[in-house]
Design a protein around this ligand. Structure first.
Ligand code: PEP
Length: 251
């Protein structure tokens, strides 16, 4: 049995003051749901404050990115060790980072390795664009992202990772994939590729999330599917009530 996990990706939203208020409103509702791993991924600037607020709770904290190098002349970047000071998780290869900040399967792979080396749990994002979907390349794209993103990872380490299947056309658009389609891609493409790389026993242990316009109203439908182990939530993670509702749906 894979334990469900729901992570909120706040993207570039909330000042420290706003983040503090939002987390204060979320904690009681999130703390009540013991059977789900709950993770909040705010901007870097709020990590220190929120790690203090979440100390003593079971709510995890994640960053939205890191650099793979340990230190040095990389202006504007944040190292794995710096993230590890406050976080247990880190989102890697989100489609917005791939689209706007030049992230590639190769940089994703370096970041996954760096996260694992320092003891962070990477949430590795994969997913096809609308054009790739419409030209029936979903399977090929997702398979490539999984193969290259996980290249050189050991069998022991791979079970410490989390994958998020997020069709780019469903992110922030209000147009979620159908639960059937998401389950099919996750089972027959993401998990199948992980099985061919690491063996089916390992692939069965890895949690795979769906992300893309998940709301309180549609969350249960996704989480009921056999291969969907939780969600990566954008917009709906910015409202305490909505995020709690989604976490409750995963329980
Ligand atoms: C995301 O940013 O990972 C995401 C899934 O966004 P949204 O839930 O807003 O579609």
């Amino acid at each position: 049995m894979r334990r469900p996990l729901v992570a909120g990706n706040w993207k570039m939203n909330k000042t420290v003051e706003q983040a503090t208020l939002l987390v204060a409103n979320m904690v009681p509702g999130l703390q009540a749901v013991k059977t789900v791993d709950r993770v909040i991924c705010p901007p870097f600037t709020s990590l220190m404050t929120l790690s203090g607020m979440l100390a003593g709770t079971e709510i995890g904290l994640g960053a939205q990115n890191l650099h793979w190098e340990a230190s040095g002349a990389f202006t504007g970047e944040v190292s794995p060790e710096m993230v590890k000071e406050f976080c247990q998780y880190v989102i890697i290869g989100h489609s917005e980072r791939r689209a706007y900040f030049g992230e590639t399967d190769q940089s994703v792979n370096l970041k996954v390795k760096a996260s694992l080396a320092i003891g962070l749990t990477p949430i590795v994002c994969v997913g096809e664009t609308l054009e790739e979907n419409e030209t029936r390349r979903t399977e090929a794209v997702v398979s490539r992202q999984v193969k290259l993103g996980f290249e050189g990872i050991s069998k022991e380490d791979v079970e410490k990772t989390i994958v998020a299947y997020e069709p780019v056309w469903a992110i922030g658009t209000g147009r979620a994939a159908s639960a059937e389609m998401a389950n099919d891609i996750i089972g027959n493409s993401v998990r199948k590729n992980l099985a061919s790389l690491f063996g089916s026993d390992q692939a069965e242990k890895i949690r795979i999330l769906y992300g893309g316009s998940v709301k309180g109203e549609n969350a249960a439908e996704f989480f009921a599917k056999s291969d969907i182990d939780g969600g990566l939530i954008g917009g709906a993670s910015l409202k305490a009530e909505d995020f709690i509702k989604i976490v409750e749906a995963a329980a």
